[in-house]
Design a protein around this ligand. Structure first.
Ligand code: ADP
Length: 589
């Protein structure tokens, strides 16, 4: 309160008015009192002058001035007044206080001029003879309607002045006292006005600074109280609206921020209004502080700029596919549409990263091309052998069976290819295609080893199985695990020359089961190791085909392992051998 300028302004103004009002009383009353006292004195002098006039009339006629002088002196002594008799021409005839010889002509004295004119005159002035403030009252003395002289009485006004001064002092003290008494009242009144206004100002200032929590202490009634109540209600409403707006904003930011699609909004002048996180990451915009900046400056992409131009000049949305130079390089679909909402107009651009979609499409295309190629080759052979037989080779006793065997081999290859493709399709179909159970690793390994045993023996390859002491179970699809293992063991036997060794081991490691297939075969070069799990990727194409390989085995192994929540990795050295390790989750005990 004490720091409020408004309070001090009002307090000083009201205090000043109080003091001025209080001061008016001594000023007005003093004048009034003075004129009242002077009036009383004048009336006394007038009365005395009239009485004296009747007494001096005879002496004046006789011209006995000495008598008059002594009369004047006596009267002056008795009534404490100065008595002067002045001839009609202004010459002083007798005076109670002064020697008449020394006195000037009095014809120009105001009281005489007035008395001559209206029959009675009075004036107040400083006496030139005595040097003090005097009240003069004069009446004319006539004889036969002729003015012969004036009787003038004068009284010293010092007593009156002293009385007036004394009363004035008391009045000023009273005025001062009233002003002092009024000060606390003024303070209370001014405070009752200033306090709500100061609180209102403070609250308004706080609101301007974004603080809507500062409520106004409602202490006054009347209009100011109503104003404070209305203002406080306004503050509460404003706070709830701002909170709502902030909520909406947060919601919008959360929604926009959580969107996979990039959203970019620009105004009619191509200034960026917003760019969500996905948009910034898609277009490689490093800063989030983009609002208000030029579109091209922010996105640095002419295609997006062109899409916005198209959308702004057309009623229908504009779509195009653009490529964003990375890294990584991305294919982005752009959907731009014009908007006009309230005072703003501009365009909204929705960006969708379709790099993966395009990649998958390419993969699918490649896959279809590969499958067609893989199918075409054995079919062409079958067709060629069948044609040869039809053309007469059927009667060629030496070779005809050989041709039939080739047809049978190619048909077998086709069969294997189709089985692998179906297996791959099954894996890609996802979890629903599997029946998860506790799978005993040992049983699967036994089944698998017995399947390849004959081939290994034929090739003179030693097949070792190293089982752990404990019984190990994994949580997976039994047929799936068998497929993984038979592919790996089959490959190991296929790509290991005679006299080599293939070993199958498994053991627990933390909460996983590690299944290892190790061979002393031809090995895989480091540059091929990265691609070995791709579909139809073969290191030695001719050899693989010769051995009946489809190029899909390892791809199936990788997908199956991942489907069971595991992984596969490879370490290999050319001409030394390879080690494939599959990690699969353990069954819950
Ligand atoms: P394939 O049916 O041709 O064997 P895979 O997907 O099983 O197809 O294997 C892909 C390629 O990886 C094979 O063609 C072969 O060149 C190479 N490969 C797989 N296993 C081994 C291994 N144990 N030793 C050497 N090369 C291997």
């Amino acid at each position: 309160m004490w720091t409020s300028r408004l309070f001090w302004k009002l307090f000083i103004v009201y205090g000043g008015i109080n003091f001025a009002l209080a001061a008016m009383f001594p000023l007005l009353l003093t004048n009034w009192q003075e004129s009242l006292l002077i009036d009383q004195v004048q009336r006394r002098l007038d009365g005395m002058a009239i009485v004296l006039r009747s007494e001096v009339e005879d002496d004046l006629k006789l011209g006995s001035y000495d008598r008059l002088n002594s009369l004047a002196k006596r009267l002056a002594r008795e009534a404490d007044v100065r008595v002067t008799l002045i001839a009609a021409d202004g010459e002083v005839i007798a005076d109670s206080d002064e020697d008449v010889q020394k006195m000037q002509n009095h014809s120009n004295r105001a009281e005489l001029i007035e008395a001559r004119a209206v029959g009675q005159g009075a004036s107040i002035r400083r006496s030139p003879t005595l040097g003090i403030r005097m009240l003069y009252a004069a009446v004319p003395v006539k004889s036969d309607q002729q003015l012969v002289a004036f009787v003038r009485l004068a009284v010293n006004l010092e007593t009156v002045d002293r009385q007036v001064q004394q009363r004035q002092r008391v009045l000023w003290l009273c005025a001062f006292g009233v002003a002092l008494l009024a000060a606390p009242i003024t303070y209370l009144i001014v405070r009752s006005i200033a306090r709500p206004l100061t609180a209102l100002t403070a609250s308004a200032r706080a609101i301007r600074g974004g603080d809507y929590k500062r409520s106004i202490p409602l202490q006054s009634r009347g209009e100011l109280g109503e104003l404070a109540t209305a203002f406080d209600q306004m503050r509460v409403d404003l706070a709830s609206r701002v909170a709502q707006l902030e909520d909406n904003n947060t919601q919008m930011s959360t929604v926009l921020g959580g969107m996979v699609e990039g959203v970019l909004a620009v105004d009619a002048n191509r200034r960026v209004l917003l760019a969500n996180r996905a948009c910034r990451s898609l277009l490689g915009i490093s800063t989030s502080d983009v609002a208000g900046r030029g579109l091209l400056e922010v996105v640095r992409n002419g295609d997006i700029d062109a899409a916005v131009s198209q959308a702004m000049t057309s009623d229908s949305p504009h779509t195009r596919e653009i490529s964003v130079i990375g890294p990584p390089r991305r294919v982005v679909s752009v959907f731009a549409t014009r908007f006009a909402a309230g005072p703003t107009s501009g365009a909204i651009v929705v960006l969708h990263d379709i790099t993966e979609l395009r990649r998958l499409e390419n993969l699918r295309r490649e896959f279809v091309a590969n499958v067609s190629h893989e199918l075409k080759t054995p079919l062409a052979s079958i067709k060629a052998y069948a044609e040869t037989l039809r053309m007469g080779a059927i009667n060629d006793q030496e070779n005809n069976l050989g041709f039939v065997d080739r047809i049978s081999e190619q048909a077998e290859y086709l069969h294997q290819l189709i089985l692998d493709l179906l297996q791959l399709a099954r894996v890609e179909a996802g979890q629903e295609a599997f029946q998860f159970t506790d799978v005993k690793v040992e049983a699967v390994v036994d089944r698998c080893v017995s399947q390849v045993k004959q081939l290994a023996e034929q090739k003179g390859i030693t097949l070792n199985v190293v089982a752990p002491a404990e019984l190990c179970k994994i949580w997976a699809d039994s047929d799936g695990v068998f497929t993984i293992l038979s592919n790996l063991v089959g490959n190991a036997v296929k790509y290991t020359p005679s006299g080599g060794e293939v070993e199958v081991r498994w053991w627990r490691e933390d909460d996983e089961m590690i299944l290892e297939v190790k061979d002393t075969g031809i090995g895989i070069a480091p540059e091929d190791q990265e691609r070995i799990f791709e579909r139809f990727y073969r290191v030695h194409k001719a050899r693989s085909r010769e051995l009946g390989g489809t190029g899909l085995g390892l791809s199936i192994v990788k997908h199956l392992s991942q489907s069971f929540g595991g992984s596969v990795n490879l370490t290999s050295e050319v001409n030394k051998g390879s080690v494939f390790r599959v990690a699969l989750p353990l069954a819950v005990a």
